[in-house]
Design a protein around this ligand. Structure first.
Ligand code: SF4
Length: 345
């Protein structure tokens, strides 16, 4: 019989987690050591740390909307929105505020707590940024947490977004520094780090992760996780994507990866960044439900929710809710609403 109840997660501090220092520096070798652990030992360690830091065990639902699609001047090898590749994605204009607000309201009504707005720009120009700040302020007024991913930012632009009420900025490191030029050549790893430091300095929370399955070696995965974990402080949100092989992109012919290796990366992210929301992002459709369940066991506690990511597919929202129910996992919003009700009583 299916278990449809939510487990009472133990509050006791598990011994496997007690030796973890939340602010320690991680070497690539130390992360590689985690990835190489026997799988069940790794899952036990990750789940112990997860329960220590996330005793409620809730799952955050974040909805992503492409507010400006295609026509991007960068050449990220996985991305169908780049001008450099013939993928059939048409370049569009920045959506109207009213359209974005309609989508945000629908996401909120479907249970999302965070609304992420993505624009396919190398970097926003002054006029577009002004429009985005107006949109962000209006989305925030709907009671949603706001997140944006708009490309590279200068320090002043990050401050403008902060003033508009932006909660999170997404800017992924994608992969290891040593593998980066195999994925994108139109900007450097240091460009990514510079934007992240402007975002942090402006007081915006950081959403930063990477993509697994782009032909990288296991050591590159370890190096990506070490790089993220050693950001000071490490990101509040860590999206881990499974490559979606989009025809027409240079990475479309990338080899399959062992799904259990993806689970291992999730576990390493949880262990090295215990207070971060680790998000199952692109590629969940390919993972299947059993592997997603293992990812939750490994410490994932956030998903992208909704039928579409920026331009690639995502599992149907109803199916996601059914999966969470079958696993006995509660979306964050149900817990937030119960808390609000208690506060109103
Ligand atoms: S990932 Fe972002 S920056 Fe890279 S090509 Fe796609 S839209 Fe442009």
């Amino acid at each position: 019989m299916m278990n449809t109840t939510t487990p009472n997660l133990p509050q006791a501090v598990p011994s496997a987690a007690s030796d973890e220092d939340d602010s320690k520096t991680w070497s690539v070798q130390a992360v590689q050591g985690l990835l190489d652990m026997p799988l069940l030992d790794l899952l036990h360690k990750a789940q112990s740390i997860h329960r220590l830091h996330w005793p409620q065990g809730d799952i955050e639902l974040a909805t992503l909307l492409s507010v400006k699609t295609g026509g991007c001047a960068e050449n990220c090898g996985y991305c169908p929105q780049s001008l450099a590749f013939d993928t059939g994605v048409k370049a569009g204009k920045l959506m109207d505020k009213a359209q974005v607000l309609d989508a945000a309201r629908s996401a909120r009504d479907a249970g999302a707590t965070r609304f992420c707005m993505g624009a396919a720009w190398r970097a926003p120009n002054a006029r577009d940024l002004e429009k985005m700040t107006d949109i962000i302020a209006a989305v925030k007024d709907l009671g949603l947490q706001t997140c944006a991913t708009l490309g590279m930012l200068q320090a002043g632009q990050a401050r403008q977004l902060k003033d508009a009420g932006l909660d999170y900025y997404n800017h992924n490191l994608d992969t290891a520094p040593d593998y980066y030029d195999q994925v994108v050549t139109t900007r450097s790893y240091q460009d990514r780090l510079d934007t992240l430091s402007h975002v942090r300095a402006a007081g915006i929370k950081v959403c930063c992760g990477g993509i697994i399955g782009m032909g990288e070696a296991p050591m590159h995965r370890a190096a990506l996780i070490a790089q993220l974990a050693n950001l000071s402080p490490y990101p509040e949100s860590v999206p881990i994507n499974h490559l979606v092989r989009v025809p027409g992109t240079p990475l479309a012919a990338s080899a399959d990866i062992d799904p259990l290796d993806f689970v291992r990366v999730i576990a390493a992210a949880r262990i090295t960044m215990p207070r971060a929301r680790v998000r199952l992002s692109a590629g969940r459709e390919q993972l299947g439900e059993a592997v997603q369940a293992l990812c939750f066991l490994a410490g994932a506690n956030s998903i992208f929710y909704g039928d579409k990511l920026l331009v690639t597919g995502n599992p149907d929202a109803d199916r996601d809710m059914q999966l969470l129910r079958r696993l006995g996992l509660k979306p964050l919003h149900t817990q937030m609403r119960a808390h609000e009700k208690a506060a109103d009583a």
